[in-house]
Design a protein around this ligand. Structure first.
Ligand code: MG
Length: 226
């Protein structure tokens, strides 16, 4: 084994951090952020992409304010639209930079990352959160700046987390055999896909409500043995 690939939500980080801190933060600051930065090209592009979706899906031409309302609706319905993801990344960046948000990382994670690095392993992240969101969580985390520990970040640009092909793509990009990679996640279906691609798997079961599959199980990172 040469490489450890970890999921974020439910694995390094509590699920409630995403749903009770990050999403509400982006919702609360969305309108004011767009107003404050409306002349920025990235913000303009996000609004244009949102308007284009409204036109295509609802045959409706909408203005900036309505685009904001639609983006807020997408947060509520957990729609993973690229424009929303981009905008949330920008809003969170401001929150992390000001210290208003700190990325939650469980206490048992840092000692394990250190031990794995010392053992000569390479570490990476695969999350449905964007690469930018991953950078932010780990750079401004409750355990300090953990970003230097990770050599690679993957998001759904390589494919969805429950698809076998995504894990093959990751192994391909890393130029490693899948059997050299250990994948850590809380979600059975993701581990099933990684296993089918040839990776080793361990399921993190941090909470009682996790649906346990046929993989090795660890309650936290201190229990991960290989
Ligand atoms: Mg997860």
């Amino acid at each position: 084994m040469k490489y450890i690939l970890t999921d974020v939500e439910g694995t390094t980080t509590s699920i409630s951090f995403v749903h009770e801190v990050l999403f509400p933060f982006s919702k609360k600051h969305l309108v004011s952020f767009v107003k404050k930065h409306s002349s920025r090209t990235d913000v303009k592009n996000i609004l244009e992409a949102t308007k284009a979706s409204a036109l295509k899906e609802n045959q409706k031409t909408i203005n900036d304010q309505e685009a904001c309302e639609l983006l807020l609706h997408w947060i509520e319905t957990d729609r993973k639209h690229p424009a929303l993801k981009d905008l949330q990344g920008l809003i969170w960046e401001e929150g992390y930079a000001s210290g208003e948000i700190k990325g939650h990382v469980y206490r048992d994670v840092l000692p394990a990352l250190k031990a794995w690095k010392n053992a000569g392993l390479t570490l990476g992240v695969y999350s449905s959160g964007s690469v930018k969101a991953q950078h932010l969580i780990f750079e401004h985390s409750t355990e300090g700046n953990l970003r230097p520990f990770f050599s690679n970040h993957f998001d759904t640009a390589v494919g969805h987390k429950r698809e076998v092909g995504s894990y093959k793509n990751i192994a391909g990009e890393l130029k490693l055999s899948p059997s050299d990679i250990l994948f850590l996640s809380d979600i059975k279906e993701e581990l099933d896909a990684a296993f089918e691609a040839g990776m080793k798997t361990i399921q993190l079961v941090r909470q009682d409500d996790v649906i346990v599959g046929d993989h090795l199980v660890a309650r936290d990172f201190s229990e991960i043995k290989f």
